[in-house]
Design a protein around this ligand. Structure first.
Ligand code: FAD
Ligand code: NAI
Length: 462
């Protein structure tokens, strides 16, 4: 038995970041992980592998559609699926080994196996029970189940199966027009699949700014994705290696079916806390199974903290990381802090979609008076040169004070561009502060400045 200041359960972006920060702050730290490799959902079967496949297939798309226009002639590349999978696996390996290296560097013990908490102050892994002054639960999330739909991870798959298909399908049905559905749907559409996305609601990506939603759906349609909106999936049936999806249109209850080689179920994720023993410990959870915490990530039991996907809030790696850092700082008697009003979210399709803060719909609902400054990438020289002029930047600012309240970008490198607005929001900046900041030419970032100018006297290039 060993004794620690902190034991973190789970080594995803929440857990491994918490462990590293705790160790950096001089606390004796261990991290429990049951998977063969560190890094959690994000590094093993989430953010990292999906972005590798998005990158590879985007390069293919560029070669097929834009190379010849620039005078780069010749045969377009053909797809070697095994090699693409090997590239993706190599990227995963480099990242997960990187965390192992950081654990060694920071003298963090990796307790291999599945952890339980027999009582506050103790964590059991296998036959060994370790003492911990503080425990951080960072056990993440799992795929949400859908009634009538059985996932076999070959024909009917979750995101995990979709990352490792034996071969790209010819016909794919995606259930759920959320982040996973659209990212993975894009991957397979670029590889030549006919992709139909079936969504329960009447819009794609329901929490997104309405104007961006519409532009995004239009662009995805142009790329070949088909959408069936307002449709409730009833069941899937697998026969001879193919699947049939049955759904009802909500507007008239009419029944329809779609046949496919592969069905991706992407209807959300649920918190994962199995086997921890939360009930016996008295750790309170919400009705939907998220661990309840206070503003300092403390659960209802002294000495037990919880962070990341297992707790409420956006299920995003960077939200988990920020909470991991902050919880470790609180344990070390410092001032851990997360500003939940400024957490960006990004969809890594092409073009990318990024947002932070309030949407126009939310501001209207709140009755807040605001102005919207918008600038199209059509007016951005760099975007035009790079065949990336689809999309726009939209900044929402308070009508009276000009303070930035939210921003929504659909366009090239949107996921990177959003951060200057995040920093501005952290500093309580006005749109004019961005507008008065010199931006290098020619960059995509100039479109952000132009949108800020559009909140005032108007953009220059529009
Ligand atoms: P997780 O990463 O889920 O890690 C939890 C870890 O805890 C797991 O490794 C699990 O094995 C371990 N564990 C659980 N119980 C125990 C136990 N009892 N004992 C020991 N170990 C245990 N987010 C983004 O921000 N950007 C993206 O681009 C992005 N892409 C994604 C793509 C896909 C396909 C998916 C599925 C998710 C994606 N996400 C993305 C979401 C992101 O992966 C999660 O928000 C993030 O991983 C949550 O981190 P976490 O540390 O809370 O939990
Ligand atoms: P999601 O919550 O983004 O989208 C689920 C979609 O499925 C919604 O549009 C919802 O209306 C729809 N849906 C729900 N039930 C349905 C039904 N019965 N039939 C048809 N449609 C239905 O969830 P998703 O895409 O599974 O992703 C899970 C989590 O992973 C998200 O919270 C997301 O934050 C995270 N993630 C983040 C990424 C990123 O940051 N780029 C990438 C991938 C995942």
């Amino acid at each position: 038995m060993a004794s620690y200041d902190v034991i973190v359960i789970g080594s995803g972006p929440g857990g491994y970041v918490a462990a590293i920060r705790a160790a950096q702050l001089g606390l004796k730290t261990a991290c429990v992980e049951g998977r063969e490799t560190l890094g959690g959902t994000c590094l093993n079967v989430g953010c990292i592998p999906s972005k590798a496949l998005l990158h590879a297939t985007h390069q293919l798309h560029e070669a097929e559609h834009n190379f010849a226009k620039m005078g780069l002639k010749g045969k377009a590349p053909s797809v070697d699926w095994e090699q693409m999978q090997a590239y993706k696996d190599d990227v995963i390996g480099q990242n997960t080994k990187g965390i192992e290296f950081l654990f060694k560097k920071n003298k963090i013990d990796w307790l291999k196996g599945w952890g339980t908490i027999p009582e506050a102050g103790k964590v059991k892994v296998g036959d060994e029970t370790h003492e911990a002054k503080n425990i951080i639960i960072a056990t993440g999330s799992d795929v949400a189940k859908l009634k009538g739909v059985e996932i076999d991870e070959e024909v009917v798959v979750s995101s995990t199966g979709a990352l490792s298909l034996k071969k790209p399908p010819k016909k794919m049905v995606v259930i759920g027009a959320g982040v996973i559905g659209l990212e993975m749907g894009s991957v397979y559409a670029r590889l030549g699949a006919e992709v139909t996305v079936v969504e329960f609601l009447d819009t794609i990506t329901p929490t997104m700014d309405g104007e961006v939603q519409k532009a995004f759906q239009k662009l995805l349609k142009k790329q070949g994705l088909e959408f069936v909106l307002g449709a409730a999936v009833q069941s899937t049936e697998i026969k001879n290696g193919k699947a049939r999806v049955a759904y009802k249109l909500r507007k008239d209850d009419s029944e329809h079916t779609l046949d496919a080689d592969c069905v991706l179920v992407a209807t959300g994720r649920v918190p994962y806390t199995d086997g921890l023993g939360l009930k016996d410990l008295g750790v309170q959870t919400t009705e939907r199974g998220f661990i309840k915490t206070d503003d300092h990530w403390k659960t209802s039991v002294d000495g037990i903290y919880a962070i990341g996907d297992a707790t409420e809030g956006p299920m995003l790696a960077h939200k988990a990381e920020d909470e991991g850092m902050a919880a470790a700082e609180v344990i070390a008697s410092k001032h851990g802090h997360v500003n939940y009003g400024v957490i960006p979210s990004v969809i890594y399709t092409h073009p990318e979609v990024a947002s932070v803060g309030k949407t126009e719909e939310e501001l209207k609902k709140d009755g807040r008076s605001f102005k919207a400054g918008k600038f199209s990438f059509m007016g951005n020289g760099r975007a035009k040169a790079n065949f990336a002029a689809d999309g726009f930047v939209k900044i929402l600012a308070d009508k009276d004070t000009d303070r930035i309240l939210g921003a929504h970008i659909i366009g090239p490198m949107a996921g990177d561009l959003i951060h200057e607005i995040c920093v501005a929001m952290e500093f309580g900046a006005a749109a004019e502060d961005l507008a008065l900041t010199c931006h290098a030419h020619p960059t995509y970032s100039e479109a952000v400045r132009e949108a800020a100018l559009a909140c005032g006297d108007g953009p220059i290039h529009m």
